[in-house]
Write a protein that binds this ligand. Structure first.
Ligand code: Q0Z
Length: 274
């Protein structure tokens, strides 16, 4: 199969008119891929994404063709998808202040041009979820876009549709996760178009590689929050003499096992299965 795109932790292949999205067991910390895989991570994230696509089927159509009709060596961690014309916008919804949203709020009191009330801090819940799109840079960093820039790029009707769909997917996902004690602070979605112009939800959905997950019981606004999946890796790597530049350090067995358990736990908690 033809390799179309290789990401930090995933690969995209073309198979005739379809594409096959394959999640690896690779993991990144502070944007650096570590040399040690987390066994089962690709499977857990793929299965979580599939579960969400199912839950969100009445919000928007998605790109999934089959979770099983994939080469056997990728069984469980690959999805056969409809090949779409992808929109050149990273669609981010934020319900809580963290990361780049926090940085923007501190500088301007706004995120993506949306004014926010004063007095919010790191980890604060926003009055309502906000659409904060960014460019899809081929290399380097994604840049924030205003909604007008999105309109100019994809046209007004599509811009309005992706904003509405992004916020609705986030609301539905956050509400479902909240019932199970998990906060989804923010999430990044990607959309594409079918040849007839139908808007389709693509890529991965509401996984810990595309979203920030916090345990509701541990939520303490006013400082950094513990990441449900990656905290073991962050805590361990913080104690190393590592400048956070590649190559990353090899992960010891006990940290691999703890991280593996967190991914498994997250899946079980959100889906109610195991
Ligand atoms: C997804 C990405 C990955 C690296 C393009 N259904 C689709 N049709 C056409 N293109 C895509 C999709 Cl999902 C598409 N990406 C993101 C995924 C590895 C980059 F697995 N880029």
């Amino acid at each position: 199969m033809e390799l179309v795109h290789s990401g930090k932790v995933r690969e995209l292949y073309a198979d005739g008119d379809d594409i096959i999205m394959v999640a690896s067991d690779r993991v990144s910390v502070y944007d650096v891929v570590l040399p040690t895989p987390i066994p089962g991570k690709g499977r857990v994230l793929t299965q979580l994404s599939l579960w969400w696509f199912g839950q969100l089927g009445d919000v928007i159509p998605n790109h999934v063709i089959s979770a099983t009709d994939v080469p056997s060596e990728w069984a469980g961690r690959a999805i056969r998808c409809r090949r779409l014309e992808m929109l050149p916008v990273e669609c981010i919804a934020r319900g809580y202040l963290a990361g780049l949203g926090l940085a923007s709020y501190r500088e301007t009191g706004t995120i993506s041009g949306v004014p926010l009330p004063p007095g919010l801090g790191e980890g604060s819940r926003l009055p309502g979820p906000v659409f904060t799109p960014t460019t899809k840079a081929a290399a380097g960093h994604d840049e924030p876009m205003t909604f007008s820039e999105v309109e100019a790029l994809v046209g007004r009707p599509v811009a309005a549709s992706i904003r509405r769909a992004t916020l609705e997917v986030y609301r539905r996902g956050a509400e479902l996760a909240a019932r199970r004690g998990v906060i989804i602070a923010d999430t990044k979605l990607e959309f594409g178009l079918l040849p007839d112009g139908t808007l389709v939800l693509a890529d991965e959905v509401l996984t810990p590689d595309s979203s920030r997950f916090w345990l509701a019981a541990e939520w303490r606004p006013g400082g950094p929050q513990r990441s449900l999946d990656r905290q073991f890796l962050r805590d361990w790597s913080a104690g190393l003499d590592w400048d956070r530049r590649p190559p990353g350090p090899a992960i010891p067995d006990d940290v691999v096992a703890a991280t593996q358990a967190r991914y498994q736990e997250l899946y079980a908690r959100i889906t109610g299965g195991d």
